[in-house]
Design a protein around this ligand. Structure first.
Ligand SMILES: [Zn+2]
Length: 382
Protein backbone atom coordinates (compact mmCIF):
# COMPACT_ATOMS: atom_id res chain seq x y z
CA UNK A 1 0.00 0.00 0.00
CA UNK A 2 1.29 3.38 -0.99
CA UNK A 3 -0.42 6.76 -1.10
CA UNK A 4 -0.09 10.46 -0.34
CA UNK A 5 -1.39 9.87 3.17
CA UNK A 6 -2.30 12.21 5.96
CA UNK A 7 -1.44 10.79 9.39
CA UNK A 8 -3.19 11.18 12.71
CA UNK A 9 -1.04 10.09 15.63
CA UNK A 10 -1.77 9.13 19.19
CA UNK A 11 -0.29 6.96 21.91
CA UNK A 12 -1.32 4.17 24.27
CA UNK A 13 1.36 3.76 26.94
CA UNK A 14 4.52 3.39 24.82
CA UNK A 15 2.64 2.08 21.80
CA UNK A 16 2.36 4.50 18.87
CA UNK A 17 -1.06 4.66 17.21
CA UNK A 18 -1.09 5.94 13.64
CA UNK A 19 -3.98 6.23 11.22
CA UNK A 20 -2.96 6.83 7.60
CA UNK A 21 -5.87 8.27 5.65
CA UNK A 22 -6.89 10.25 2.62
CA UNK A 23 -7.45 13.95 3.25
CA UNK A 24 -11.19 14.54 3.60
CA UNK A 25 -11.86 11.17 5.23
CA UNK A 26 -11.39 12.32 8.82
CA UNK A 27 -14.95 11.50 9.98
CA UNK A 28 -14.34 8.39 12.09
CA UNK A 29 -10.65 8.52 12.88
CA UNK A 30 -11.26 9.52 16.49
CA UNK A 31 -13.58 6.53 16.91
CA UNK A 32 -10.92 4.24 15.47
CA UNK A 33 -8.22 5.61 17.76
CA UNK A 34 -10.50 5.34 20.77
CA UNK A 35 -11.26 1.75 19.80
CA UNK A 36 -7.54 0.94 19.46
CA UNK A 37 -6.93 2.28 22.96
CA UNK A 38 -9.91 0.50 24.54
CA UNK A 39 -8.91 -2.70 22.76
CA UNK A 40 -5.27 -2.56 23.88
CA UNK A 41 -6.53 -1.92 27.42
CA UNK A 42 -8.94 -4.85 27.50
CA UNK A 43 -6.86 -7.38 25.62
CA UNK A 44 -3.60 -6.71 27.45
CA UNK A 45 -5.38 -6.87 30.78
CA UNK A 46 -7.31 -10.05 30.00
CA UNK A 47 -5.21 -11.94 27.46
CA UNK A 48 -1.64 -10.74 27.99
CA UNK A 49 0.77 -8.08 26.69
CA UNK A 50 0.67 -6.58 23.19
CA UNK A 51 3.75 -7.72 21.28
CA UNK A 52 4.49 -4.66 19.10
CA UNK A 53 5.45 -1.01 19.53
CA UNK A 54 2.83 0.41 17.20
CA UNK A 55 -0.67 -0.07 15.80
CA UNK A 56 -1.11 1.29 12.28
CA UNK A 57 -4.33 1.60 10.34
CA UNK A 58 -3.99 2.29 6.61
CA UNK A 59 -6.92 3.35 4.47
CA UNK A 60 -7.37 1.85 1.01
CA UNK A 61 -10.02 2.64 -1.64
CA UNK A 62 -13.27 0.75 -2.02
CA UNK A 63 -11.95 -1.66 -4.59
CA UNK A 64 -12.58 -4.05 -1.76
CA UNK A 65 -14.56 -3.73 1.42
CA UNK A 66 -12.74 -5.32 4.31
CA UNK A 67 -10.18 -4.73 6.98
CA UNK A 68 -7.45 -7.20 7.82
CA UNK A 69 -4.93 -7.52 10.57
CA UNK A 70 -1.26 -8.04 9.82
CA UNK A 71 1.32 -7.81 12.59
CA UNK A 72 0.87 -4.26 13.99
CA UNK A 73 -0.59 -3.10 10.64
CA UNK A 74 -4.24 -3.01 9.61
CA UNK A 75 -5.24 -2.19 6.02
CA UNK A 76 -8.78 -0.86 6.25
CA UNK A 77 -11.14 -0.11 3.36
CA UNK A 78 -12.56 3.41 3.15
CA UNK A 79 -16.04 1.84 2.89
CA UNK A 80 -15.55 -0.27 6.02
CA UNK A 81 -15.28 2.69 8.33
CA UNK A 82 -13.66 5.84 6.99
CA UNK A 83 -16.60 7.32 5.08
CA UNK A 84 -19.44 5.74 7.04
CA UNK A 85 -21.91 7.98 8.78
CA UNK A 86 -22.21 6.60 12.29
CA UNK A 87 -25.60 7.32 13.81
CA UNK A 88 -26.16 7.77 17.52
CA UNK A 89 -28.49 5.73 19.69
CA UNK A 90 -28.51 2.33 21.35
CA UNK A 91 -30.21 0.80 18.34
CA UNK A 92 -27.30 1.91 16.14
CA UNK A 93 -24.05 0.10 15.78
CA UNK A 94 -20.74 1.95 15.76
CA UNK A 95 -19.10 -0.10 13.02
CA UNK A 96 -15.77 1.74 12.78
CA UNK A 97 -15.36 1.20 16.54
CA UNK A 98 -16.36 -2.46 16.33
CA UNK A 99 -14.33 -3.33 13.21
CA UNK A 100 -11.24 -1.71 14.72
CA UNK A 101 -11.68 -3.68 17.95
CA UNK A 102 -12.04 -6.90 15.95
CA UNK A 103 -8.87 -6.23 13.95
CA UNK A 104 -6.82 -5.29 17.00
CA UNK A 105 -8.04 -8.52 18.65
CA UNK A 106 -6.34 -10.47 15.86
CA UNK A 107 -3.00 -9.32 17.27
CA UNK A 108 -3.77 -11.89 19.98
CA UNK A 109 -6.18 -14.28 18.24
CA UNK A 110 -4.53 -15.22 14.97
CA UNK A 111 -1.11 -13.69 15.58
CA UNK A 112 -0.12 -14.84 19.07
CA UNK A 113 -1.97 -18.11 18.64
CA UNK A 114 -2.82 -19.65 15.29
CA UNK A 115 -4.84 -22.77 14.68
CA UNK A 116 -3.74 -25.69 12.54
CA UNK A 117 -5.26 -25.77 9.07
CA UNK A 118 -8.04 -28.11 10.09
CA UNK A 119 -11.77 -27.89 10.79
CA UNK A 120 -12.61 -25.16 13.29
CA UNK A 121 -9.44 -23.17 12.66
CA UNK A 122 -11.38 -19.93 12.11
CA UNK A 123 -12.86 -20.23 15.60
CA UNK A 124 -9.44 -19.54 17.08
CA UNK A 125 -8.83 -16.45 14.95
CA UNK A 126 -12.28 -15.12 14.02
CA UNK A 127 -14.70 -16.25 16.72
CA UNK A 128 -12.32 -15.27 19.50
CA UNK A 129 -11.67 -11.88 17.84
CA UNK A 130 -15.44 -11.37 17.59
CA UNK A 131 -15.78 -12.18 21.27
CA UNK A 132 -12.95 -9.84 22.22
CA UNK A 133 -14.50 -7.02 20.16
CA UNK A 134 -17.91 -7.67 21.73
CA UNK A 135 -16.41 -7.17 25.17
CA UNK A 136 -14.76 -3.89 24.15
CA UNK A 137 -18.08 -2.76 22.66
CA UNK A 138 -19.99 -3.77 25.75
CA UNK A 139 -17.67 -1.72 27.95
CA UNK A 140 -18.21 1.31 25.71
CA UNK A 141 -21.91 1.00 24.86
CA UNK A 142 -23.34 -1.05 27.74
CA UNK A 143 -25.13 -4.38 27.74
CA UNK A 144 -28.30 -2.93 26.27
CA UNK A 145 -26.30 -1.53 23.39
CA UNK A 146 -25.34 -5.09 22.46
CA UNK A 147 -28.88 -6.31 21.84
CA UNK A 148 -29.17 -4.97 18.33
CA UNK A 149 -25.77 -6.30 17.36
CA UNK A 150 -26.42 -9.77 18.77
CA UNK A 151 -29.89 -9.92 17.21
CA UNK A 152 -28.35 -9.08 13.84
CA UNK A 153 -25.72 -11.76 14.38
CA UNK A 154 -28.39 -14.35 15.20
CA UNK A 155 -30.48 -13.36 12.17
CA UNK A 156 -27.42 -13.63 9.92
CA UNK A 157 -26.66 -17.06 11.35
CA UNK A 158 -30.24 -18.31 10.89
CA UNK A 159 -30.28 -16.94 7.37
CA UNK A 160 -26.82 -18.29 6.57
CA UNK A 161 -27.66 -21.83 7.58
CA UNK A 162 -30.66 -21.90 5.26
CA UNK A 163 -28.47 -21.16 2.27
CA UNK A 164 -25.50 -23.32 3.07
CA UNK A 165 -25.28 -25.82 0.27
CA UNK A 166 -22.15 -27.31 1.76
CA UNK A 167 -23.89 -28.46 4.92
CA UNK A 168 -23.81 -26.89 8.33
CA UNK A 169 -21.20 -28.02 10.81
CA UNK A 170 -20.98 -27.48 14.57
CA UNK A 171 -19.03 -24.36 15.53
CA UNK A 172 -15.87 -26.21 16.53
CA UNK A 173 -15.76 -28.05 13.19
CA UNK A 174 -16.74 -25.25 10.82
CA UNK A 175 -14.98 -25.00 7.49
CA UNK A 176 -14.57 -21.39 6.36
CA UNK A 177 -18.31 -20.83 6.85
CA UNK A 178 -18.58 -17.17 7.75
CA UNK A 179 -22.14 -17.37 9.09
CA UNK A 180 -20.83 -19.89 11.62
CA UNK A 181 -17.45 -18.57 12.72
CA UNK A 182 -18.52 -14.91 12.76
CA UNK A 183 -22.28 -14.72 13.32
CA UNK A 184 -22.95 -17.85 15.33
CA UNK A 185 -19.60 -17.40 17.04
CA UNK A 186 -20.65 -14.01 18.45
CA UNK A 187 -23.91 -15.38 19.86
CA UNK A 188 -22.23 -18.47 21.29
CA UNK A 189 -19.38 -16.58 22.98
CA UNK A 190 -21.70 -13.95 24.39
CA UNK A 191 -23.95 -16.65 25.86
CA UNK A 192 -20.94 -18.45 27.26
CA UNK A 193 -19.68 -15.26 28.90
CA UNK A 194 -23.12 -14.70 30.36
CA UNK A 195 -23.36 -18.18 31.85
CA UNK A 196 -19.74 -18.63 33.00
CA UNK A 197 -18.95 -15.04 33.86
CA UNK A 198 -16.54 -12.79 32.00
CA UNK A 199 -13.55 -13.41 34.28
CA UNK A 200 -13.90 -17.18 34.27
CA UNK A 201 -14.14 -17.28 30.49
CA UNK A 202 -11.26 -14.84 30.00
CA UNK A 203 -9.03 -16.81 32.34
CA UNK A 204 -9.76 -19.99 30.38
CA UNK A 205 -8.95 -18.23 27.11
CA UNK A 206 -5.76 -16.82 28.58
CA UNK A 207 -4.61 -20.24 29.76
CA UNK A 208 -5.25 -21.57 26.25
CA UNK A 209 -3.33 -18.64 24.76
CA UNK A 210 -0.40 -18.96 27.19
CA UNK A 211 -0.04 -22.63 26.34
CA UNK A 212 0.09 -21.95 22.60
CA UNK A 213 1.63 -18.49 22.37
CA UNK A 214 4.07 -17.90 19.49
CA UNK A 215 4.29 -21.61 18.96
CA UNK A 216 5.29 -23.29 15.71
CA UNK A 217 3.99 -26.68 14.60
CA UNK A 218 2.17 -28.66 15.81
CA UNK A 219 -0.47 -25.97 15.88
CA UNK A 220 -3.42 -26.01 18.18
CA UNK A 221 -7.05 -26.75 17.30
CA UNK A 222 -10.57 -26.27 18.65
CA UNK A 223 -10.69 -29.51 20.68
CA UNK A 224 -7.87 -28.05 22.79
CA UNK A 225 -9.64 -24.68 23.08
CA UNK A 226 -12.94 -26.29 24.05
CA UNK A 227 -11.03 -28.43 26.55
CA UNK A 228 -9.81 -25.29 28.34
CA UNK A 229 -13.33 -23.85 28.34
CA UNK A 230 -14.84 -27.10 29.61
CA UNK A 231 -12.26 -27.29 32.39
CA UNK A 232 -13.38 -23.85 33.60
CA UNK A 233 -17.08 -24.76 33.44
CA UNK A 234 -19.02 -26.07 36.46
CA UNK A 235 -20.54 -29.52 36.00
CA UNK A 236 -24.04 -28.06 35.94
CA UNK A 237 -23.22 -26.14 32.74
CA UNK A 238 -21.07 -28.65 30.85
CA UNK A 239 -24.07 -29.52 28.65
CA UNK A 240 -24.01 -25.91 27.45
CA UNK A 241 -20.41 -26.05 26.22
CA UNK A 242 -21.22 -29.23 24.33
CA UNK A 243 -24.40 -27.73 22.86
CA UNK A 244 -22.65 -24.54 21.79
CA UNK A 245 -19.48 -26.01 20.30
CA UNK A 246 -19.94 -29.68 19.53
CA UNK A 247 -23.54 -29.76 18.32
CA UNK A 248 -25.85 -27.70 16.17
CA UNK A 249 -28.38 -26.64 18.76
CA UNK A 250 -31.47 -24.58 18.09
CA UNK A 251 -34.18 -23.72 20.59
CA UNK A 252 -37.84 -22.92 20.28
CA UNK A 253 -38.51 -20.95 23.43
CA UNK A 254 -41.92 -19.33 23.67
CA UNK A 255 -44.62 -17.88 25.86
CA UNK A 256 -47.67 -20.15 26.18
CA UNK A 257 -49.85 -18.01 28.45
CA UNK A 258 -49.60 -14.94 30.64
CA UNK A 259 -51.84 -12.91 32.90
CA UNK A 260 -51.64 -10.69 35.95
CA UNK A 261 -53.86 -9.55 38.81
CA UNK A 262 -53.56 -6.32 40.69
CA UNK A 263 -53.42 -7.00 44.42
CA UNK A 264 -54.84 -4.95 47.26
CA UNK A 265 -51.37 -3.76 48.22
CA UNK A 266 -50.97 -2.24 44.75
CA UNK A 267 -48.50 -4.87 43.56
CA UNK A 268 -49.13 -7.19 40.65
CA UNK A 269 -49.22 -10.96 40.69
CA UNK A 270 -48.00 -12.29 37.34
CA UNK A 271 -48.59 -15.82 36.13
CA UNK A 272 -46.39 -16.79 33.23
CA UNK A 273 -46.38 -20.09 31.36
CA UNK A 274 -43.35 -20.60 29.15
CA UNK A 275 -42.24 -23.45 26.97
CA UNK A 276 -38.87 -24.59 25.72
CA UNK A 277 -37.98 -27.11 23.08
CA UNK A 278 -34.47 -27.99 22.03
CA UNK A 279 -33.44 -29.42 18.70
CA UNK A 280 -30.21 -30.84 17.41
CA UNK A 281 -29.70 -30.37 13.70
CA UNK A 282 -27.61 -32.39 11.32
CA UNK A 283 -25.64 -30.97 8.42
CA UNK A 284 -28.60 -30.74 6.05
CA UNK A 285 -30.76 -28.99 8.62
CA UNK A 286 -32.76 -32.04 9.67
CA UNK A 287 -33.63 -31.50 13.31
CA UNK A 288 -34.30 -33.93 16.13
CA UNK A 289 -35.96 -32.93 19.35
CA UNK A 290 -33.89 -33.34 22.51
CA UNK A 291 -34.94 -33.27 26.15
CA UNK A 292 -34.65 -29.82 27.73
CA UNK A 293 -32.93 -29.61 31.08
CA UNK A 294 -31.40 -26.21 30.57
CA UNK A 295 -30.87 -22.95 32.38
CA UNK A 296 -32.41 -19.85 30.86
CA UNK A 297 -33.82 -16.49 31.86
CA UNK A 298 -37.45 -15.55 32.41
CA UNK A 299 -38.55 -12.00 32.96
CA UNK A 300 -41.44 -9.62 33.41
CA UNK A 301 -41.06 -6.21 31.82
CA UNK A 302 -42.48 -2.75 32.24
CA UNK A 303 -42.43 -2.23 28.51
CA UNK A 304 -39.70 -0.65 26.44
CA UNK A 305 -38.04 2.65 27.01
CA UNK A 306 -37.69 5.22 24.23
CA UNK A 307 -34.69 3.31 22.92
CA UNK A 308 -36.61 0.08 22.51
CA UNK A 309 -34.92 -1.56 25.50
CA UNK A 310 -37.09 -3.76 27.71
CA UNK A 311 -37.11 -2.55 31.30
CA UNK A 312 -37.18 -5.58 33.60
CA UNK A 313 -39.41 -5.70 36.68
CA UNK A 314 -38.01 -9.11 37.43
CA UNK A 315 -35.39 -11.20 35.65
CA UNK A 316 -34.42 -14.64 36.90
CA UNK A 317 -32.35 -17.54 35.73
CA UNK A 318 -34.41 -20.68 36.00
CA UNK A 319 -34.05 -24.29 34.96
CA UNK A 320 -36.41 -25.50 32.27
CA UNK A 321 -36.63 -29.17 33.15
CA UNK A 322 -40.07 -29.72 31.62
CA UNK A 323 -41.40 -28.76 28.19
CA UNK A 324 -43.63 -26.13 29.84
CA UNK A 325 -43.48 -24.47 33.23
CA UNK A 326 -45.61 -21.99 35.13
CA UNK A 327 -44.00 -19.19 37.13
CA UNK A 328 -45.54 -16.69 39.50
CA UNK A 329 -43.99 -13.35 40.32
CA UNK A 330 -45.03 -10.41 42.45
CA UNK A 331 -43.88 -7.18 40.80
CA UNK A 332 -44.12 -3.60 41.92
CA UNK A 333 -44.79 -1.86 38.63
CA UNK A 334 -47.41 -2.29 35.93
CA UNK A 335 -46.38 -5.34 33.87
CA UNK A 336 -46.50 -4.84 30.12
CA UNK A 337 -44.82 -7.92 28.71
CA UNK A 338 -43.09 -11.08 29.85
CA UNK A 339 -41.13 -13.92 28.39
CA UNK A 340 -38.40 -16.50 28.28
CA UNK A 341 -34.80 -15.90 27.21
CA UNK A 342 -35.85 -12.31 26.52
CA UNK A 343 -32.33 -11.17 25.67
CA UNK A 344 -31.88 -13.96 23.12
CA UNK A 345 -28.82 -15.54 24.62
CA UNK A 346 -29.70 -18.89 23.08
CA UNK A 347 -30.13 -19.51 19.39
CA UNK A 348 -33.84 -19.56 18.78
CA UNK A 349 -35.56 -20.45 15.53
CA UNK A 350 -38.41 -18.02 16.33
CA UNK A 351 -36.82 -15.21 18.35
CA UNK A 352 -39.94 -13.04 18.12
CA UNK A 353 -42.19 -15.21 20.31
CA UNK A 354 -39.91 -15.10 23.34
CA UNK A 355 -41.67 -12.03 24.71
CA UNK A 356 -45.42 -11.45 24.60
CA UNK A 357 -47.45 -8.47 25.79
CA UNK A 358 -50.14 -8.95 28.42
CA UNK A 359 -53.59 -8.89 26.87
CA UNK A 360 -52.48 -10.48 23.61
CA UNK A 361 -52.79 -14.16 22.93
CA UNK A 362 -49.50 -15.90 22.26
CA UNK A 363 -49.38 -17.39 18.80
CA UNK A 364 -49.59 -21.13 18.57
CA UNK A 365 -46.15 -22.68 18.39
CA UNK A 366 -45.37 -25.47 16.00
CA UNK A 367 -42.89 -27.81 17.66
CA UNK A 368 -42.40 -30.04 14.65
CA UNK A 369 -38.62 -30.50 14.68
CA UNK A 370 -38.37 -29.74 11.00
CA UNK A 371 -40.81 -26.90 10.81
CA UNK A 372 -39.42 -23.44 10.84
CA UNK A 373 -40.42 -19.95 9.94
CA UNK A 374 -37.35 -19.89 7.80
CA UNK A 375 -37.20 -22.00 4.67
CA UNK A 376 -34.45 -24.26 5.96
CA UNK A 377 -32.91 -25.51 2.83
CA UNK A 378 -31.70 -29.03 2.45
CA UNK A 379 -29.01 -27.41 0.36
CA UNK A 380 -27.64 -28.39 -2.99
CA UNK A 381 -26.13 -31.57 -1.69
CA UNK A 382 -28.42 -33.81 -3.67
ZN1 LIG B 1 -11.24 -11.19 11.54
Amino acid sequence: MSAAYEVQKDKWNDVAIEVYYQKGHEFNIDRMIKSVKRSLDYYSKNFGPYQHRQVRILEFPRYASFAQSFPNTIPYSESMGFIQKVQQGPDKIDYPFYVTAHEVAHQWWGHQVAGADVQGSAVISETLSQYAALMVMEKEYGRDGMRKFLKDEMDSYLMGRTFDGKGELPLMLCERQQYIHYNKGSVVMYALKDFLGEDVLNQALRRFLDKNKFKGPLYTHTPELVGYITAATPDSLKYLVSDLFEKITVYENYVAALSYKKQRDGKFKVTLTVGAAKFYADSVGKQKRAAVNDYMDVGVFAGRDTNGIYKPLVLQRIKMDQPQKIFEFIVEGQPVSAGIDPYLKLIDRTPDNNIVSFGTLPEKVDLDPNKSQLPFSTGSKK
